[in-house]
Design a protein. Structure first.
Lengths: 272, 208
């Protein structure tokens, strides 16, 4: 994940949160209310009170710092410039993508990642231009949390991490592993240019937030409970990414729904 | 320039193709994919029609939306176990507010429309009455966004949408969990939920 800069800080915050977790557990519904119990299990959020507290903390940081900076960045830098920044940052993650593609046993994706890295780093001038995409090699992202999921590791209970946001034990492990294993960071540290890693993380955070400005505003505007909508979106999205990691060649079947699919009695659409 | 022409040609072809299944009965049954193509086309034409007054456009969008989606079925699914315990009046008001909320949400999303294209890729039958249409939205820049549509047939053999799944995220399930959480927070009181929905609908209307 791209937020390495705040990673150190976040780990410390995480330690604090871990203590809080022991305290802030949601009260499970009484056993004699099976429907409430089913809801509770479905939402997979036994630490909800703590998660909500961290979520509000993150919201506060976002409101006073990250979002205004991202908005300023969007205002100042034209789309073309932002595309260059995004392409460059994405190219820097190629070694991680490649490693995860291989760990997922996905040789096809690994080949694409490798070709993209070669093309974009050379013809794309150190990655600032994604020249591979128009050549029919579109990019994809893969991360270690997803790899664990492909291997069959379950998500565990939903977690909200300080600054990183929605997660779970599996994906938190993924973030930690990538933080230590990123070849680009290891190289920079070796060259005594650790500050570049930090700069990269800061820029990544702002660039990522800029990409999500409209989507998150939309979710906030349209949901009754923003926290719950984010939880639902995160869990479904990760599930889809893992299914996609297993078999990217086809559309995974959509989540099963228990919706009543009897023929609708109403008058049908006519488009008139 | 050439690319633009190509896109136009492809779009025209796609449009023509959508007309075929509606021309008459087909041996292999109704085509859910064509239904989605035609719906996307009509929706885009409606929101892009600058000749129309704002209120007229909103009205047409709502009519199209309400006639293409099975909102009562989605609403019941979203309210889940609280549907059964609600009074008929509460159910009535819930469905009305739910319609407002969903229509206003999507009307706003369509107002931000900037030339994306919907391409139908295929269509799978889930069971006797349910289909899933695979499609993708292509943009000027960036990878296409996978979108799946779940539909069922109505009594007269036509279709109604019951869910949209964007990049693996089901809108119906997201809303169901949003409502379940909200209900948890307010002790399962239907009247409190309706009042929260009224507030939300007012906010959406104000945001236009």
């Amino acid at each position: 994940m791209p937020l390495n800069l705040i990673g150190k800080f976040a780990l410390r915050m995480g330690a604090v949160a871990a203590v809080a977790l022991l305290v802030g557990c949601a009260t499970p519904p009484p056993a004699d209310d099976p429907e409430a119990k089913a809801d509770f299990d479905q939402l997979n959020d036994p630490l909800e009170p703590t998660n909500r507290a961290i979520f509000s903390f993150n919201e506060g940081v976002d409101k006073i710092l990250l979002k205004p900076v991202a908005q300023g960045y969007r205002y100042v830098v034209p789309p073309f410039g932002r595309d260059r920044v995004n392409d460059f940052l994405d190219n820097l993650k190629s070694p991680l993508y490649l490693g995860n593609d291989l760990l997922q046993g996905n040789v096809g994706n690994a080949g694409i990642t490798l070709s993209r890295f070669a093309l974009n780093t050379t013809f794309g001038v150190l990655g600032i231009m994604d020249v591979a995409d128009p050549m029919g090699l579109p990019g994809h992202q893969s991360d270690f949390g997803q790899t664990l999921g492909v291997w069959g590791v379950g998500e565990g209970p939903y977690l909200v991490l300080p600054l990183f946001g929605p997660s779970n034990p599996r994906d938190t492990t993924g973030i930690a592993v990538e933080w230590f294993a990123d070849p680009v960071d290891i190289y920079l540290e070796d060259q005594h240019m650790k500050w570049l890693s930090w700069t990269r993380t800061g820029v990544s955070a702002v660039a990522l937030r800029e990409q999500y400005l409209d989507v998150l505003d939309d979710v906030k505007r349209t949901s009754l409970d923003y926290y719950s909508a984010m939880r639902s979106l995160y869990r479904q999205r990760r599930e889809a990414q893992i299914n996609n990691g297993k078999d990217p060649s086809k559309y995974a079947p959509p989540p099963k729904s228990v919706m009543d699919h009897k023929p609708a009695p109403q008058k049908a659409a006519s488009f008139e | 320039m050439f690319r633009r022409t190509l896109i136009k040609a492809a779009f025209a072809l796609g449009f023509a193709a959508t007309l075929l299944p509606f021309g008459g009965a087909r041996a292999d049954g109704p085509d859910a994919g064509a239904f989605i193509e035609k719906l996307a086309d009509t929706a885009i034409n409606t929101v892009a029609d600058k000749q129309l007054a704002e209120t007229e456009r909103d009205e047409r969008f709502r009519t199209l939306f309400v006639s293409s989606f099975d909102l009562p079925t989605i609403g019941k699914f979203v309210l889940a176990r609280y549907w059964k315990t609600a009074t008929p009046e509460q159910q009535q008001e819930f469905l009305k507010l739910f319609e407002d909320q969903v229509v206003l949400t999507w009307a706003k999303r369509f107002k931000d429309y900037s030339g994306e294209k919907l391409k139908v890729l295929g269509n799978n039958k889930e069971d006797d009455h349910t289909w899933v249409v695979d499609s993708q939205i292509t943009r000027e820049k960036g990878p296409p966004i996978p979108v799946q549509w779940r539909l069922h047939d109505s009594a007269d053999g036509n279709f109604r949408i019951t869910d949209i799944i964007v990049e693996g995220v089901s809108m119906a399930i997201t809303q169901r969990q949003d409502f379940a959480s909200t209900m948890q927070g307010i002790g399962g009181k239907m009247d409190s939920l309706l009042s929260a929905m009224r507030t939300k609908v007012d906010q959406l209307k104000a945001a236009g």
